[in-house]
Design a protein around this ligand. Structure first.
Ligand SMILES: NC(=O)c1ccc[n+]([C@@H]2O[C@H](COP(=O)([O-])OP(=O)(O)OC[C@H]3O[C@@H](n4cnc5c(N)ncnc54)[C@H](OP(=O)(O)O)[C@@H]3O)[C@@H](O)[C@H]2O)c1
Length: 253
């Protein structure tokens, strides 16, 4: 159950080896998180993620193999989670693939893989858990979106387009769930220093995975629906969205 301060006892992390996702779950373990499903496609990454959470105090960790590009994996994730956890208090959606925006490397297969990781896969999983949470009468969904989806830039236009789709899906889903007891929180970080951005020059207002985790816990406690990390990115992107396209196109990376 979710307590009066918004803290869950059971959670599913989609993208079970995600640095940001694990930081969130570790922070929740210091509150009252006890049972977790880690869903992902890399068995070794999931195993070490599970050990990290056990060290942080999570009593039960279940690992589920799931590539979000495969419908049969998504169905199995829903079934195995039901068997392992019963009711799910919290779903954290953290799959993502930065991929490339280099036209020479952007094959049709890679575009499909990127949309599966950033948009269609997480949306499909979220829909499955949202239905289940609505029938149990409560639940919380945290979707890791990105400011990259607020106005798609040429530097990462495939990733950004996927995030725009997922962000819109999550906003609409939150509205569709009104009155069911289930709430959706959309988290829009800027540049976060994780393995996803390793080797890249940090953008202005960059942050750490721990900053995102703090923002997520704050949003759960305060029942906030949209969060920017850091908060200054909210007004900054409000302005960036108004820039004429010829000017926006020339902004650095
Ligand atoms: N880092 C940033 O600057 C930043 C900024 C804004 C938003 N975000 C978002 O925050 C979330 C977490 O990112 P992160 O920084 O923690 O990066 P990360 O450690 O690379 O996490 C991404 C996760 O997505 C998983 N994944 C990718 N494709 C998948 C697929 N087809 N099926 C299942 N899992 C798949 C990866 O698993 P594998 O290990 O198997 O690849 C990994 O666990 C992502 O949604 C990302 O877009 C990140």
């Amino acid at each position: 159950m979710i307590d009066a301060t918004g803290m869950p006892q059971s959670a599913v992390l989609l993208g079970g080896s995600s640095e940001i996702g694990l930081e969130v779950l570790e922070a929740l373990a210091s509150r009252r998180l006890e049972r977790v499903v880690l869903a992902g496609r890399d068995p070794a990454g999931l195993a070490s993620a599970g050990e990290r959470l056990e060290r942080a105090g999570v009593r039960q960790v279940h690992l589920v193999s799931c590539d979000v590009g495969r419908s049969e994996d998504i169905e199995r994730l829903l079934e195995e989670t039901e068997a392992a956890l019963g009711p799910v208090d919290l779903l954290v959606v953290a799959t993502g693939l930065l991929g490339t925006a280099d036209l020479d490397r952007l094959t049709p297969a890679l575009v499909q893989e990127m949309f599966a990781a950033n948009a269609s896969g997480p949306a499909a999983v979220t829909a499955g858990f949202a239905r289940r949470m609505a029938s149990q009468g409560y639940g919380r969904i945290v979707v890791l979106s990105s400011v990259a989806g607020l106005r798609v830039r040429r530097a990462n236009f495939v990733y950004g387009a996927g995030k725009a789709a997922l962000d819109g899906f999550a906003l609409g889903l939150g509205d569709a769930l009104a009155g069911t007891g289930v709430a959706v929180t959309i988290v829009r970080p800027g540049f976060v220093r994780t393995r996803m951005t390793a080797g890249m020059k940090p953008a202005p207002l960059s942050s750490e995975a721990a900053d995102v985790a703090r923002a997520v816990l704050g949003a759960l406690e305060a029942d906030r629906r949209v969060v920017y990390v850091p908060p200054a990115l909210g007004p900054a992107f409000l302005l960036l969205r108004l820039l004429p396209r010829p000017v926006f196109r020339r902004l650095p990376g």
